[in-house]
Design a protein around this ligand. Structure first.
Ligand code: GLA
Length: 532
């Protein structure tokens, strides 16, 4: 967390005279970002001889093109974002209608509602910010997101203009990065509009985005670099070495599964026109083929959350949140927090689901199977099983019913552990012979009454995690990883059954809903007792 004494201080003349200042500003003294501050080795700024990696005991090697040291598995190019970023971004709900008080009031509400302490720390000012200033001349004036324990994100584009046609940063990367660093910015969302045709191959896009990556590193300030190139030119294959997250699809819209010709691709591979107006199901399914490229330090960004914007039902929003969480997408609240309903606060606040997103494995889920069934009025209908292995050996299963009728759905241990089969000669993995306890991660969703009490300020404040509540969690006080080691019940949901050896988990899943479960292997002692 940032030093509370640092204020964010942005005189408006700097903002509106940005182009002029690009020429006039003196280059600030260059310091080199010290990745040891973040506890990880940089693979970008500090070429060092090949050596053992402390974290995963693998050997690093030198990239024969760049000459830089690569540490397999260590991932984060700058030591930041080892688990996906969480926060709020104004775009989905407000577009260009932004001002200082919106940001500060949102930040305050997020602190009051416990959202900051669940991990939502970044306040990201999206496009059009050069008009977001107050009368006394400050965009975010003399107050401090940092003193509230929040972090500050800004936006620009790797083009001559942003998507809303404000000045972009192409050609001015170092000057702009230095300016943001001088404003104590913690995060950059970097868009893809008006890129002067500098796209079309992975190498061209890599080169364009890499300039800002290097520029941010050179500022000496740890700044999370969130690439927003919509999956163009296969960032799945190159962005992990230069950025902390990368959008993998065209823009999300607040619709569950409605096809839209402005979002023409149904697969991420070879999608040359990502577009916008993409539905939740469209984006989710585009993750399936590229999920292996999500890793600690590089999250694939499924785009900002729409929960609260009114276009979907409660259960559809639960699907949206669940699937974004298990795929280690950044979780950026994209609605008006100041008018959040209790039901929507309850979705954003489920610690058992957020713990999946913040799991140190930082991997995405695997879609084990998908069948097209029960189409709705858009001709869309499908069911799918998504699974994921977590850092401590627990498993996640998501039985997703995106069809138009309730269905009894099944997840077999065989499907869950499919990838543990030995290549070549098949050997059944030992996990198939174990007993797995099943925890329903939405069973303890906070009631609307409890969420309403949080919103109207009459609920308790969660300062630590000794309060016995199963609905609330303070990750500022205890990390999710530590909470899981402590078996904190707020992170486990409610136990609803178990799966025996070679068994199957079956559940009735209503239309446009998901059954989301954590599986935990029963200890051998317990198992012996069970078998007696
Ligand atoms: C692009 C991005 C969006 C948003 C807008 C702002 O479309 O993908 O997330 O930032 O630009 O203009």
């Amino acid at each position: 967390m940032q030093d509370g004494s640092k204020a964010i201080f942005i005189p408006f003349f700097i903002v509106i005279r940005w182009n002029i200042l690009r020429i006039k500003l003196k280059s600030p003294q260059r310091s080199i970002y010290d990745p040891s501050l973040a506890g990880r080795r940089s693979t970008t700024s500090f070429p060092t001889p090949p050596q053992k990696d402390d974290d995963n005991s693998s050997v690093s090697y030198v990239d024969n093109v760049t000459g830089k040291v690569i540490v397999p598995g260590a991932s984060s190019y700058n030591g930041l974002n080892l688990v996906p970023q969480m926060g709020w971004d104004n775009w989905n709900a407000f577009q260009c209608d932004v001002n200082e008080s919106l940001l500060l009031n949102t930040a305050r509400a997020m602190v009051d509602y416990g959202l900051r302490d669940l991990g939502y720390q970044y306040i990201v000012l999206d496009d059009c910010w050069s008009i977001g200033r107050n009368e006394s001349g400050y965009l975010v004036a003399d107050h401090t997101l940092h003193s509230m324990g929040m972090k500050f994100g800004m936006y620009s584009s790797a083009g001559i203009m942003t998507c809303a046609r404000y000045p972009g940063s192409l050609g001015y990367e170092q000057k702009d990065a230095d300016l943001w660093a001088s404003w104590d910015v913690d995060y950059l969302k970097y868009d893809n509009c008006f890129n002067q045709g500098q796209s079309g191959t992975p190498q061209i896009s890599f080169n364009r985005y890499n300039v800002m990556s290097q520029a941010l590193n050179k500022t000496g300030r740890p700044i999370v670099y969130a690439m927003c190139n919509w999956g163009q030119d296969s960032p799945f294959d190159w962005a992990y070495g230069i950025a902390n997250s990368g959008r993998m699809s065209g823009d999300v819209s607040d619709t569950f599964n409605r096809p839209d010709s402005r979002c023409p691709c149904t697969e991420s591979i070879g999608c040359s026109w990502p577009g916008f107006h993409c539905s939740i199901m469209n984006i989710l399914n585009k993750m399936a083929a590229v999920q292996s490229r999500t890793m600690s330090g590089y999250a694939q960004d499924l785009d900002m959350l729409e929960i609260g914007n009114g276009g979907q039902t409660d259960s559809e929003y639960v699907v949206h949140f669940s699937m974004w969480a298990i795929n280690s997408s950044p979780l950026l609240i994209g609605t008006n927090v100041l008018t959040l309903s209790p039901a929507n606060l309850a979705i954003y606040s489920n610690p058992a689901v957020i713990a999946l997103n913040q799991d140190p494995s930082a991997t995405a889920a695997i879609r084990k199977w998908r069948y097209l069934v029960n189409p709705d009025e858009f001709g869309e209908g499908e069911i799918a099983l998504w699974t994921r292995s977590l850092d401590n050996g627990d498993q996640v299963i998501a039985l997703l019913n995106a069809g138009n009728a309730s269905m009894m759905m099944n997840a077999t241990l065989n499907d869950i552990f499919l990838d543990l089969r030995t290549a070549g000669a098949y050997q059944a993995p030992p996990q198939l012979d174990e007993i797995w306890d099943v925890y329903d991660l939405w069973a303890n969703r906070m009631s609307d009454a409890e969420a309403a009490a949080i919103i109207n300020g009459t609920s308790m404040t969660v300062t630590d995690n000794t309060n016995g509540t199963v609905t609330r969690y303070n990750a500022t006080a205890t990390s999710y990883a530590q909470g899981l080691m402590n078996n904190d019940t707020a992170l486990l949901g409610a136990k609803v059954g178990s799966i025996g050896p070679m068994g199957t988990w079956s559940a009735m899943i209503p239309r446009h809903s998901v059954g989301l479960y954590r599986l935990r292997q029963r200890t051998s002692d317990l198992r012996k007792r069970d078998e007696l």
